[in-house]
Design a protein around this ligand. Structure first.
Ligand code: PEP
Ligand code: MG
Length: 580
């Protein structure tokens, strides 16, 4: 009998292979006293290991900058910051001096304190930094003991890595040809390890809790990072099915890739524009390869992952890179959407009881106006290099758009005075992801140059269901009649008010919803590349009229389960290759 464990998809794909259980070997920490006359030598030993560790991190950083990108390499800047933090170094030296204990023990004790302080914190981003600190600790201790740490780059055969957790430096040094995929017990979507896996295109599932205790060295494992499952010691049947599935996916991908250059129009000639969603600039090439017609959502949170805030120049350079790459196609840069489940390391003192209903996105930006102005200036500067649109997340009142526009106008004045070029007519749009924005869209339309519907949040705010709660996940369904009514309403209002509309929530990129969205009247979809080809294939095989009929049928139903069954039944029948 096989065993199936589920987890969070950190990087998509399916792989089958032999497991290598990677023991991030718990360092052995000796504890002994140092004689007075040897104290300075012990401090010297500590300093040497510190230097060696810094060198190692810098080497990894350079490697990553060469093989991937500077942004990815920057992930290790926070490692270096901890290593170079004078408070930590002073503390270690004075503790060695006064407690007269060996460096390994003191360093480990300081690390445990740091980790304990972070462990109780609710913020996912900060908790993820524990792994960065453990990474440094392990390296320091290995260097003190002159033990080379086990490294993933030494692996000689094709394996699937199973580990409690992986440090960013583990992931960064992986040999893509040998490491087919990895699975970890810990970790979340925002961990540096997950971001790195996506950039390296290594399929990965994290946060599985129990995989390391269920897998033994050499076990056969299927990593299904399409559905989020790890299958341990699959049966002959499962293996056969998955091999078939992989073949099908490859065949489908090849077939679908052929339609890249074909127009994205329905059989009755209705054009449906497909744009891309990106979280890090590294994704832009993939989006272009898929022939997307620009970027409909460029999330800017990646710039704010580290403790230090990105300055105007850094932001400008990052935006400019993407804007120039796509010019003349549009790039829609969304201002910071911090709060909720997203990082805010510099806002940690203000923990909120209901972060999703709290100081999130535009609310945060308006509260931290300096930060907002810096971002707006850098977006405006990038607008001189191509087709930039600026988008404000989580607008819930008209005042928020008016204030945002006024601040933008002031930033424009400043730039004009400084003779810095920018696009005077840059479109400023809003995310429509809160019910108030739909109900009052006619009013908001006076101040918004475009609308983009964020269904990920719209569903949670319409149904009062926390989008990240596993416990009530069964209630989170975009097919609820209330959500469909909202979607229909925003399409109608945007038509009536003549405001361009697009949709950029996850459902825009899920083929099982494509007919529904066309039928509701959406004509511009923004999505990640995962199912772009499939969505296009569906667009090219339907008529807008049949999609409208389908929507009519669905919207006459009551229960969400009925709507879902009917829609998926139709989709399965029309597109047997779809996995629903
Ligand atoms: C959304 O809410 O649908 C959206 C696209 O934004 P995010 O997932 O970043 O909140
Ligand atoms: Mg959102």
């Amino acid at each position: 009998m096989s065993e199936k464990i589920s987890g969070i998809i950190a990087s998509p794909g399916i792989r089958i292979g032999k497991a290598h259980v990677y023991k991030t070997s718990e360092a052995i920490i000796p504890k002994y006293s140092i004689r007075e006359e040897n104290i300075e030598a012990e401090i010297e030993r500590y300093k040497k290991s510190l230097e060696k560790t810094k060198d190692e991190i810098k080497t990894i950083q350079e490697q990553i900058a060469r093989s991937l990108s500077k942004d990815m390499a920057d992930i290790f800047t926070s490692h270096l910051m901890v290593l170079e933090d004078p408070i930590v170094t002073e503390k270690a030296i004075s503790r060695i001096r006064f407690e007269r204990k060996n460096a390994e023990w003191i360093i480990n004790d300081i690390t445990l304190d740091l980790i304990q302080n972070l462990g109780g914190i609710e913020d996912e981003y900060l908790r993820e930094r524990i792994i960065d600190i453990s990474d440094i600790n392990k390296r320091l201790i290995n260097n003190l003991q002159k033990r080379p740490g086990e490294s993933l780059k030494d692996i000689q055969e094709e394996v699937i890595i199973i580990s409690k957790d992986l440090t960013p430096s583990d992931t960064a040094t992986m040999d893509r040809r040998r490491i087919l995929a990895f699975v970890t017990d810990k970790g979340g979507r925002t961990s540096h390890t997950a971001i790195m896996a996506r950039a390296l295109e290594i399929p990965a599932i994290v946060g599985t809790h129990t995989t390391t205790s269920a897998v033994r060295e050499g076990d056969t494992v299927i990593v299904d990072a399409i559905h989020g499952n790890v299958i341990i010691n699959p049966t002959e049947n499962e293996l056969r099915e998955y091999h078939e599935y992989i073949k099908d996916l490859r065949r489908l991908d090849r077939e679908l890739a052929k339609i890249t250059r074909l127009p994205s129009t329905t059989l009755d000639d209705v054009e449906i524009r497909i744009l891309g969603n990106i979280e890090i600039p590294e994704e832009m090439s993939l989006i272009k390869e898929h022939s997307a017609q620009g970027i409909g959502l460029f999330r800017s949170e990646f710039l704010f992952l580290d403790r230090s805030l990105p300055d105007e120049e850094k932001q400008y350079q990052e935006y400019r890179k993407v804007v120039e790459f796509f010019n003349p196609l549009p790039v829609t840069i969304r201002t910071l959407d911090v709060g909720g489940d997203k990082i805010y390391s510099y806002n940690k003192e203000q923990r909120e009881r209901n972060p999703f209903l709290g100081c999130r996105a535009i609310r945060f930006s308006l509260e931290h106006e300096d930060l907002f102005r810096t971002q707006i200036r850098s977006i405006l500067r990038a607008s001189a290099h191509g087709n930039v649109k600026m988008m404000i997340p989580m607008i819930s009142t008209v005042e928020e758009i008016i204030r945002s526009r006024n601040i933008t106008l002031e930033c424009m004045d400043e730039l004009r005075q400084e003779s810095v070029p920018f696009n005077e007519n840059i479109p400023i749009g809003i995310m429509v992801e809160v019910p108030s924005a739909i109900l009052s869209a006619d009013r908001f339309s006076k101040y918004a140059d475009f609308f983009s519907v964020g269904t990920n949040d719209l569903v949670q705010y319409t149904l009062a269901v926390d989008r990240i709660s596993e416990k009530i996940a069964y209630l989170y369904n975009p097919l609820d009649l209330s959500v469909l009514r909202f979607l229909k309403q925003i399409v109608e209002t945007s038509k009536h008010c003549d405001v361009p509309l697009s949709i950029c929530g996850e459902i825009a990129g899920e083929p099982k919803y494509t007919m529904l969205l066309i039928g509701l009247g959406f004509r511009e979809f923004s999505m990640s590349t995962a199912y772009m080809y499939q969505v296009k294939r569906i667009i090219r095989s339907v008529t807008s009229a049949e999609c409208e009929d389908l929507v009519k049928t669905l919207m006459n139903m009551e229960k969400t389960s009925e709507i879902e069954n009917k829609l998926f039944e139709v989709m399965r029948a029309r597109f047997p290759w779809l996995s629903i």
